[in-house]
Design a protein around this ligand. Structure first.
Ligand code: ATP
Length: 238
């Protein structure tokens, strides 16, 4: 079996007195695309924030590349290849596309390879290449999502966390984004994908986890989850 990249055991995260994640366990192995699905407010984003050390862990453990993340800062983890594309994208609106991509490579100083990686991102997203000198803030939501994903790839992630990449996008753009998620997976990037679009997320994934009210209620092979009557009834509107 391939190497475990991320292992979460009994994770608890609270906002003041409110428990948002109540003992969740999950893992992601080298090369996998794992989808975490669940309704609004289930605790998916909170889980990602705990993984990236942007929220404190109340209890349980998170291991990244075999090491506990406890005591590490968010930047330490980014330097180790743990990169998140947040909900809402977080692009630098007053910078151009190319400048945004370069920001993604801030932990690196291999200039030639950075330039090669920019070309790879442009190959994945031709739209970004066409608009390389445009300010990020003037782009559509879908284009900004592409840019946020491209910028994350510039860090050469060992684990890429995607929070609701399809949120708020037009159907055509949703298709495009999932196509690229699939391409990135084919290229061997390990990913944890958080999505409310359960059907699309499970179609692409190797494995999936279902989160409900802060707990993991189901997990397993993504295709099996996709065909599970309980999942279909609760998350696929059947
Ligand atoms: P969504 O798809 O709507 O983002 P989610 O599964 O990502 O949902 P979270 O955003 O992790 O859910 O929220 C989990 C719970 O924690 C919710 O009940 C939410 O109201 C609560 N919560 C999230 N952020 C905060 C905060 N900053 N302060 C207090 N409670 C919060």
């Amino acid at each position: 079996m391939s190497e475990t990249i991320l292992k979460i055991s009994g994770l608890r995260v609270a906002y003041g007195g409110i428990q948002a994640v109540k003992g969740a366990s999950l893992e992601v192995r080298q090369g996998e695309l794992v989808s975490l699905i669940g309704a609004n407010g289930a605790g998916k984003t909170t889980t990602l924030k705990a993984i990236t050390a942007t929220l404190p862990v109340a209890d349980g453990s998170i291991e990244y590349l075999g090491q506990p993340t406890r005591g590490k800062g968010a930047w330490d983890l980014v330097r180790q290849g743990l990169v998140m594309v947040p909900e809402g994208r977080g692009t630098f609106t007053r910078m151009t596309i190319t400048e945004n991509l370069l920001m993604g490579a801030f932990t690196r100083n291999d200039k030639k390879e950075i330039e090669e990686d920019i070309e790879k991102v442009f190959a994945l997203f031709p739209r970004l290449k066409e608009r390389r000198n445009q300010l990020a803030g003037t782009m559509s939501g879908g284009e900004q999502q592409m840019l946020a994903m491209g910028r994350a790839l510039m860090a050469r992630p060992k684990l890429l966390l995607l929070d609701e990449p399809s949120m708020g996008l037009s159907p055509i753009m949703v298709d495009k984004i999932f196509e690229v998620v699939s391409d990135i997976h084919q290229q061997g990037v390990t990913m944890l994908l958080v999505e409310q679009n359960a059907s699309r997320a499970l179609q692409l994934a190797d494995r999936g986890y279902v989160m409900d009210s802060g707990e993991i209620t189901m997990s397993g092979d993504a295709k099996a989850l996709l065909n599970d009557p309980k999942v279909r009834a609760a998350y696929l509107g059947e």
